[in-house]
Design a protein around this ligand. Structure first.
Ligand code: ADE
Length: 225
């Protein structure tokens, strides 16, 4: 799964035996290096992600890996580094008026975790690909919300409140949906910006690089999953 055209277009170009499926988002079934896959371009934001996760499972997906870009939050991470999520929180969930901690959706766990086996497989694959190219690859907390973060103060808040490593707009929604659908999931985010005043400029400039790296990862995962 990816959110935007740029996050999935190169993977789509490499699919064989492509079949277009009906759904709320662009949904394809095909083969990647001989492995049966479902590819979804879910669109931006939490609701689109949840709908796409459901559609992917209906289309036969037995696990879901999200690849895309994110804003860097943790100190020491820079554009080009990678965060593989080991904890997911919806930073825009706010039911504090009724005594729930910030970021907690009432009735849901305080955070979601990926499937440990899938996480380990994906983490190894990303390290094998990206560390030799000079990028840091870390496991960390990914926070998601229906907001593009372009303000250093907001980044500082996300770091202090959630110990977040990266911020984006889909991962924790996939986490919640996958939990309810009973399907393993993992999320890989290449850092495209720092969520600050330069974010809106850095983000589009980086998408092409991220697209190529997402495609490389998809090929490795098609061989090992
Ligand atoms: N995806 C990539 N960069 C982002 C940012 N700064 N905020 C939210 N989602 C993003």
């Amino acid at each position: 799964m990816g959110a935007m055209e740029d996050e999935v277009r190169l993977i789509r170009a490499d699919l064989d035996e492509v079949e277009e499926l009906d759904g709320s988002c662009e949904l394809l079934r095909g083969r990647l290096d001989g492995t049966a896959v479902v590819l979804a371009q879910c669109g931006i934001g939490k609701v689109n992600t949840a709908l796409a996760a459901s559609a992917m499972v209906q289309a036969g997906a037995t696990s879901i890996v999200f690849t895309g870009v994110a804003g860097a939050v943790a100190a020491g991470l820079k554009i080009g580094d990678v965060v593989v999520g080991n904890r997911f929180i919806q930073h825009d969930a706010d039911d504090t008026a009724f005594g729930h901690p910030i970021g907690v959706v009432p009735g849901e766990p305080p955070f979601w975790e990926p499937d440990p086996d899938l996480f380990a497989t994906v983490f190894d694959a990303v390290r094998t690909l990206d560390e030799p190219r000079g990028h840091r690859v870390v496991a960390g907390t990914i926070v998601s919300g229906d907001q593009f973060i372009a303000q250093a103060e907001k980044v500082a808040w996300l770091r202090a409140t959630f110990e977040a490593s990266a911020v984006e707009m889909e991962g924790a929604a996939l986490a919640q949906a996958a939990h309810h659908l009973g399907v393993p999931f993992a999320v890989v985010r290449i850092l495209s910006d720092s969520g600050d005043g330069d974010a809106a400029v850095d983000f589009p400039a980086f998408l092409n690089d991220a697209a190529h790296r997402g495609r490389d990862l998809a090929h490795v995962l098609a061989r090992v999953l």
